[in-house]
Design a protein around this ligand. Structure first.
Ligand code: ADP
Length: 411
């Protein structure tokens, strides 16, 4: 991980300055001494009085019992190190503080150094393995040298943990902002989509009316093209509207019993004419152990199958398309759908990208096929919602195989 070279960056996670206890111009590190013996407090303070790490000294917080430590640690959540006695109100008082900090407060940053005067009461190996502490020391080790080493190594790891956390928070915020921006983008597109749909339907309807009037062959051809372009645009608008709903978390699966065999034959029947027209073979196979009746969202499954098969047809110029459905050996209906084609294929560096909105496998400048790059995004969202997985294997000019696996409930 990145070490800090720049003192300024340290200030971003530094605790509030406490001028009364440090003469440094940088805010001090907070150190909590927890011990029922006032002498231990006094000696520790005097030993660490001149301590400096990265130009910062210590500000001290004193607790004389476990109960007081628990109260103070809530008030001083930015404490970097706690020097903690074990035996205070009772024999395990210090260990209770450790448990409180790690489990109740969920504070994993505070470096806890256990210090005991009676090692027999709290054997080192047992304690360090059972409790989430960072070091174990004997009270007799109160010399400048031994404390200095412990303090520096504890502060280094505290500082690094704070930095990692800061980076994590920055990433989370960036992700959140990106999600908000994406939502806004889709909201804008959805609004535009609604506005465009009405005039578009007008154009398609008028083209249809004109087609029924006496016209020349060429005019008929032009009108057919207008109609075709109109429907393609409607598809894009529908996909944008659908994706904007999904992005807003409005995709709700409807579960009901259905026959897998029936929907596969329906899908195949729908695409057969298109395949015949392109002179491409379209076949399918359902493994024997695939159940017929299952419970799930039939419409959404059909939509994903259609998207993948229409793509296979679109991006295949000659050869075969084959759909295979198999089932895992377990009791649950763990289904694997495989759509293989002998089409143009997709470069490896695009395999992840094409599942993102508006991402195409082809270069925009040399694009040969029409498409907005939304079908795979919608399919992935649906499969994710079904808690399944979708992926592909493909290379340019070697065809593509798209896979998706889902678990459907038995009837
Ligand atoms: P569209 O096909 O409308 O562009 P998709 O989201 O369905 O949008 O697909 C994204 C991109 O993935 C496509 O533009 C295409 O480049 C590539 N692609 C998808 N399926 C295939 C396939 N079977 N063979 C080759 N390329 C494909």
């Amino acid at each position: 991980m990145n070490r800090i070279n720049d003192e300024q960056s340290l200030l971003t996670y530094a605790p509030e300055p406490d001028v009364s206890s440090s003469t440094s111009s940088f805010p001090p590190w907070k150190l909590m001494i927890v011990d029922d013996e006032p002498d231990v407090h006094a000696i520790t303070r005097s030993v660490l009085e001149d301590f400096r790490f990265e130009n910062r000294g210590f500000s001290f917080v004193d607790a004389y019992s476990a109960a007081e430590a628990i109260r103070l640690v809530q008030e001083h959540q930015d404490t970097a190190i706690m020097l903690l006695d074990v035996v205070m109100e009772n024999e395990h008082a210090g260990l209770d503080v450790v448990r409180y900090i790690r489990e109740e407060l969920q504070n994993r940053f505070l470096r806890i150094i256990l210090r005991t005067g009676q090692p027999g009461q709290a054997p080192e190996h047992e304690i360090i393995t059972q409790y989430d502490i960072n070091d174990y020391k004997l009270k007799s080790m109160l010399t400048v040298q031994s404390l200095d080493t412990s303090m520096i190594s504890a502060l280094r790891s505290y500082r690094d943990l704070c930095l990692i956390d800061q980076q994590r928070q920055a990433l989370e915020q960036a992700l959140e902002e990106a999600k908000i921006a994406q939502k806004a983008r889709f909201q804008f597109l959805a609004n535009m989509g609604h506005e465009l749909r009405t005039p578009l339907h007008g154009i398609i309807s008028l083209a249809e009316i004109l087609l029924r009037t006496p016209i020349t062959g060429q005019q008929h051809d032009y009108l057919q093209r207008i109609k075709h372009a109109g429907w393609s645009l409607t598809d894009v608008l529908n996909n944008i509207l659908e994706l904007s709903e999904i992005v807003e978390g409005r995709l709700i699966l409807k579960e009901s019993p259905f026959s897998l065999h029936t929907i596969i034959t329906e899908v195949m029947k729908t695409l057969k004419i298109q395949a015949q027209w392109k002179q491409i073979g379209l076949t399918y196979q359902i493994a024997e152990n695939v159940p017929d009746m299952v419970i799930g969202d039939m419409q959404r499954l059909k939509q994903v199958l259609m998207n993948l098969l229409i793509n296979a047809l679109k991006y295949t110029l000659e050869g075969q398309i084959h759909l295979n459905i198999s089932c895992g050996e377990t009791q649950s209906h763990n289904l694997l759908f495989t759509i293989h084609d002998t089409g143009i294929g997709i470069a490896k560096d695009k395999h992840q990208q094409i599942f993102e909105p508006f991402e195409l496998g082809e270069d925009a400048l040399t694009k040969r096929f029409a498409g907005a790059g939304l079908g795979l995004t919608i399919s992935k969202e649906i499969i994710d919602k079904m808690q399944g997985r979708i992926w592909l294997e493909s290379e340019p000019n070697q065809g593509s195989t798209f896979y998706f696996s889902i678990v459907l409930k038995p009837v």
